[in-house]
Design a protein around this ligand. Structure first.
Ligand SMILES: [Zn+2]
Ligand SMILES: [Zn+2]
Length: 261
């Protein structure tokens, strides 16, 4: 019988000649504690830090102070109770999401979902949903891309937490391209009709999954549709949250996220 000490020695020897590589930058992972990413990439993921809005995870520009509800969530409370983000939509995390979405790097689903799960456990450890629901792509967009990145993350979270994922509960019935050229108000109104529920709910707690939250309009509209269809509390988990005054500018963020979502 081969002992675990021997197996460890064989693995160490194998790793010496074939060092495990980071899934994102392909450099040797070295002593990273993460099983997929190197510590350099992990260090480049910027967390959403306090003070921020607990409802929409918007980070505030001020340094120090307690978390508090932002002006927009105060004026127009969303139909979701809280939002958690794995990090800011900047630097290494933005790069990773682009690789995940643009370049078909589907194997980033597990490490990205792991980051999100860690953030979820830190933010709302006692909150257990009955259902995990990804923001859907319009069938036309799904046909072009062949996969829905939000569904891949939802599946990983569901697998790891042993929770059911329903990829068909929310349906996208209008394509995003219909939003082009519309004002913010028209965009909101039009997007409101873009989603529908495929079956009624009976008070289930839903965790809504999306890749990036910029203005929060998509999550707001999906949460409203879920509530109208009978959902109980809705929480939102996104891979990345954009700052309000992002260096990228709102229009760039919108085009990046909406063009490719
Ligand atoms: Zn790396
Ligand atoms: Zn807010």
């Amino acid at each position: 019988m081969i002992g675990s000490g021997f197996r460890t020695e064989v693995k160490d020897c194998f790793d010496l000649f074939f060092p495990p590589l980071c899934l994102l930058c392909h450099a040797p992972r070295g002593k990273s504690l993460d099983p997929s990413l190197c510590s350099c990439c992990l260090d480049g993921f910027l967390p959403v830090t306090s003070p921020c809005c607990p409802r929409c995870a918007l980070p505030f520009a001020t340094i120090g102070g307690n978390d508090h509800v932002c002006g927009e969530c105060l004026l127009q409370p969303p139909d979701f109770a809280w939002t958690v983000a794995a990090g800011l939509y900047e630097e290494a995390l933005r790069h990773a999401i682009h690789r995940f979405k643009f370049d078909g790097r589907l194997n980033l689903d597990r490490p990205l979902a792991r980051l999100l799960e860690t953030a979820w456990q830190r933010t709302a450890p006692a909150w257990l949903p009955d259902l995990i629901v990804p923001v859907p792509l319009h069938p036309h967009r799904l046909g072009q891309r062949t996969y829905n990145q939000a569904l891949l993350i939802a599946r990983e979270l569901g697998r790891s937490r042993q929770l059911p994922v329903d990829p068909h509960l929310l349906a996208r019935i209008l394509p995003t391209v219909a939003q082009a050229g519309l004002t913010a108000r028209e965009r909101h109104k039009n997007l409101r009709g873009a989603f529908a529920l495929t079956r009624p709910l009976a008070g289930e707690k839903v965790l809504l999954i999306d890749d990036v939250m910029t203005t929060g309009t998509t999550a707001r509209i999906c949460a409203t549709v879920l509530h109208s269809g009978g959902a109980g509390e809705v929480g939102v988990a996104v891979l990345a949250r954009a700052r309000r005054n992002s260096m990228l500018g709102l229009e760039t963020l919108r085009s990046e996220v909406e063009e490719i979502s």
